[in-house]
Design a protein around this ligand. Structure first.
Ligand code: GLA
Length: 395
C-alpha cells in the first residue's frame, strides 16, 4: 500500500475521520559541515526517507498527537504549550506549534497521526522531517499560506529554544525547499540558494555506521560555542567580523596568537570547509566529478582532525569506501559523533559498492551497517487532501 493511503487508514482507525496528508523529507549533506551556524555555505539534498502526517481539525483547542512509530499518543493545549520541551518526541511538533503561534500564526485544534521512515539517530534529520511536516500540516489546517523559508526558520527556532539543540538552518531549509535530482547550495547568511543538478551518473549512497548520534548530548552545542568564542577573540584584531564566514585563512593564520590551539583548528575547519562547498558546487555546475574525491577526503580529514566530530566507525567506513570501485567521493555527513557517511558512487556500480562495503565494515567492526542507495528528492508537500476539508465552493 502506498504510504499516504497507509497513513489515511491508520488515521481513520485512530481518530475515526478522514485527513489531509503531508510529507517532509530527511536530508543528506554532500559537503559543508557545521558551516551553517557560522553563516557559511552548505550543499545538502533532501532524500527519499520522510515523515508523514495525517491531520484533521478538531472543535476544541487541543492538539492530539499520535506517533505511529512508537504507538504512543500525547495531547497538548494550544493555549498552554509551555515554552520548553521535556525530552519527549512530542517536543518537536509541540515546539513547532509554539514557534508558529509566537510568530503570529494562530493555529486550530487538530488530530495528528505521525509516521516516519527517516532512520532515527542516524544524522539524516529525522527531527527536521517531523518539524517541517507537522508545521506544514498545522499551518495548512489553520488556513495559513506556506512561506517555506519562514517555516524553516520557525522549525529551527522550535529546535533551538523549545527542544534545546542549537542547530543551524540547513536541515529545515532543505526539508522545505528540496528539489528532486538536485542538491541545494545554500548561503546560510542571506538564505539565498541555488538548486544544483547532480551529475546523472551519480547515486547518493548513505552508509549508516549504526553508532547513534544524539545532538542534544552537548558536543554539538560545545562546537557552536567554540566558534562564537573564536569570533569574540578574533574581533580584537578584526573588529568588522560578525561570524567565521567573514574570516579568511590568511586572517586566522595571522591572528593565531589570539586563539588556543583548539579554537584555531575549529576555525581552520570552518574556513576551509566553506571553500570546499563552493568548489564542489562549481564542479557540479559543470557536470563534473573530477576532483570530488580529494575535496570530500579533505572535508573528512578536517572534521576528524580539526573539528573533532568523527569517530572510529566513521573513519573506518570512509576508508573502506575509498577502496571500492566506482566511488567519486566519501566523507562523514551531518552533525557527527556517529551516524552516516555520504558516498557519491557511479550509478552502475552502486549495488556492488553496497554489498562490498557492508561485508568489509562487518569484518572490521563486527556490526552490519544499513546502506541506502538514494536519490535527491522533493521537499515538503501536501500529498492527499481530505474531501471533507476542501473549502466549500458556492455556485
Ligand atoms: C546538524 C544540524 C545542522 C548542521 C549539521 C552539521 O544536522 O542540525 O544545522 O549544523 O548538524 O553540518
Amino acid at each position: 500500500m502506498n504510504k499516504a493511503l497507509e497513513v489515511l487508514a491508520s488515521f481513520k482507525a485512530r481518530f475515526g475521520t478522514g485527513a489531509s496528508v503531508y510529507r517532509a523529507p530527511g536530508r543528506v549533506n554532500l559537503i559543508g559541515e557545521h558551516t551553517d551556524y557560522n553563516e557559511g555555505f552548505v550543499l545538502p539534498a533532501a532524500i527519499g526517507f520522510s515523515c508523514w502526517v495525517g491531520i484533521a481539525p478538531r472543535k476544541d483547542r487541543k492538539l492530539a498527537l499520535y506517533s505511529g512509530n512508537l504507538g504512543e499518543g500525547r495531547e497538548a493545549d494550544l493555549d498552554n504549550l509551555g515554552n520548553r520541551g521535556s525530552g519527549h518526541w512530542s517536543d518537536y511538533p509541540i515546539g513547532v506549534a509554539w514557534a508558529l503561534q509566537a510568530a503570529g500564526y494562530p493555529l486550530r485544534g487538530a488530530d495528528l497521526y505521525i509516521s516516519g521512515d527517516v532512520p532515527l539517530g542516524a544524522g539524516l534529520s529525522s527531527s527536521a522531517a517531523i518539524e517541517v511536516s507537522t508545521g506544514y500540516a498545522m499551518l495548512s489546517a489553520a488556513g495559513h499560506a506556506i512561506d517555506r523559508t519562514k517555516l524553516a526558520l520557525l522549525c529551527q527556532r522550535a529546535e533551538n529554544e523549545f527542544v534545546g539543540a542549537r542547530v543551524g538552518i540547513m536541515d529545515q531549509f532543505v526539508s522545505c525547499h528540496g528539489q528532486a535530482g538536485h542538491a541545494l547550495l545554500i548561503d546560510c547568511r542571506s538564505l539565498e540558494y541555488r538548486a544544483q543538478k547532480l551529475p546523472a551518473k551519480v547515486k547518493l549512497v548513505i552508509c549508516n555506521t549504526m553508532v547513534k548520534h544524539k545532538i542534544q548530548t552537548g558536543d554539538y552545542n560545545v562546537r557552536r560555542a567554540e566558534c562564537e568564542e573564536a569570533v569574540r577573540k578574533l574581533s580584537a584584531a578584526l573588529p568588522e567580523i560578525r561570524s567565521l564566514r567573514d574570516v579568511s585563512s590568511e586572517e586566522i593564520a595571522r591572528n593565531r596568537n589570539l586563539l588556543s590551539d583548539t579554537l584555531y583548528r575549529r576555525c581552520r575547519h570552518i574556513i576551509s570547509e566553506n571553500k570546499r562547498v563552493q568548489d564542489v558546487a562549481e564542479l557540479f555546475e559543470h557536470g563534473q566529478v573530477d576532483g570530488l574525491r580529494e575535496l570530500m577526503a579533505a572535508s573528512h580529514e578536517s572534521m576528524r582532525d580539526d573539528y573533532e566530530i568523527s569517530c572510529r566507525e566513521l573513519d573506518v567506513m570512509v576508508e573502506i569506501a575509498g577502496r571500492q570501485a566506482g566511488v567519486y567521493g566519501a566523507r562523514m555527513t551531518g552533525g557527527g559523533f556517529g551516524g552516516c557517511t555520504i558516498n557519491l558512487v557511479d550509478a552502475e556500480q552502486a549495488e556492488e559498492f553496497q554489498a562490498r562495503v557492508s561485508a568489509d565494515y562487518q569484518a572490521a567492526i563486527g556490526v552490519r551497517p544499513d546502506i541506502y542507495i538514494c536519490e535527491a528528492s522533493q521537499g515538503a508537500e501536501l500529498v492527499e487532501t481530505a474531501a471533507e476539508n476542501l473549502p466549500k465552493v458556492s455556485r
